[in-house]
Write a protein that binds this ligand. Structure first.
Ligand code: BMA
Length: 318
């Protein structure tokens, strides 16, 4: 039985696995939990990150506006299901004005670490790169330097130092709808200068696991278990109808997390439901937490347990 290393979250939203369900991950029966109209001007609310905060939950939400501009907004919830999202975007302070100058921001991840909440997101700086900031209250965000040179997306921090180093996963990309993508790990002593880059894993050629044949990228912050770091990630297949985004799971070595213990040949969640297949970008399930973006339009919630995921990853290993 795999055990999560971390504190218990007794008020975590939860629904038992429906009887007869054969999946390792199951959707909330009330999905989508956040519609297009999550805040005053939103066209769509998706690819967002959520953490336990005080007596409830807080999140950083991607709300694309009705002029189709991408930005991030704080949101709060008592139960993790009903959300109140700000109408005004995140306010950042502290960084060099050149870094603070905002082009666009999207697809945030949140990693609680050392009593702070670290937010990483895709930050426009002459192309996409990884923005980093920390907050204690989801009101003031202290921005740090961008972690990497452009072009990069899907940056996410591990929730503690490993071997004395902060560690971040990311997926180097291009300026467009990147037709490639592998997962790399970078290390830092101070969350500013990143190096010691290591390849973690890439796409799967051939027919063995085609849902991840075009690109793979890290999802929410890795979860520490006694069997390894549990990483939920996205995998993409290019089809005659465009990209299809599904989710997979990997188990990474606790001390050297660029070493893969196992990763799934089978996906753990795929666009099956109407709200995952119909929207501004059809056929997308994109994990930022297991709160996941659906068809780039609305936000869904899904459940699982660490034990279920570890067992699935080992049983359906590539
Ligand atoms: C990526 C990003 C994601 C999006 C995905 C699918 O390039 O824009 O935010 O979910 O494409 O459209």
């Amino acid at each position: 039985m795999a055990k999560i290393i971390g504190r218990a979250i007794p008020n975590l939203p939860w629904e038992e696995k429906p009887t007869g369900c054969r999946e390792a991950v199951w959707r909330y029966s009330g999905n989508p939990i956040i519609g297009r109209d999550g805040n005053r001007r939103s066209n769509s609310v998706f690819n967002s990150a959520v953490v336990p905060f005080r007596d409830g939950f807080a999140g950083v939400f991607r709300c694309d506006s009705r002029s189709i501009s991408m930005d991030l907004f704080s949101g709060f919830s008592e139960d993790g299901i009903h959300w109140k999202i700000d109408d005004d975007c995140l306010r950042m302070t502290d960084a060099d004005p050149e870094v603070l100058a905002k082009e666009y921001r999207y697809d945030a991840r949140i990693t609680p670490m050392d009593g702070k909440y670290y937010v990483t997101w895709c930050n426009g700086y002459h192309g996409p790169t990884i923005g980093v900031a920390w907050t204690e209250d989801f009101r003031t965000f202290h921005q740090l330097e961008n972690a990497f040179l452009p072009y990069n997306r899907n940056g996410v921090l591990f929730p503690r130092k490993i071997g004395g180093m902060y560690m971040m996963l990311s997926r180097p990309s291009d300026t467009g709808h990147t037709p490639f993508g592998d997962i790399y790990l970078s290390q830092s002593k101070d969350l500013e200068f990143w190096g010691r880059h290591r390849f973690v894993f890439g796409t799967v050629p051939g027919n063995a696991s085609a849902w991840q044949a075009t690109k793979v990228g890290p999802g929410p912050a890795p979860i520490e278990t006694d069997e390894g770091w549990l990483l939920i990630y996205h995998g993409v297949l290019n089809t005659c109808n465009g990209f299809v985004y599904r989710m997979g799971c990997a188990l990474l070595d606790l001390e050297e997390p660029w070493k893969v213990i196992a990763r799934t040949a089978d996906y753990i969640l795929a666009p099956w439901e109407i709200y995952e297949c119909v929207g501004d970008v059809p056929n997308v399930t994109f994990p930022c937490a297991i709160y996941y973006g659906c068809a780039d339009t609305v936000t869904g919630l899904a459940f699982t347990t660490a034990d279920e995921l570890v067992a699935f990853t080992r049983e359906h290993a590539l």
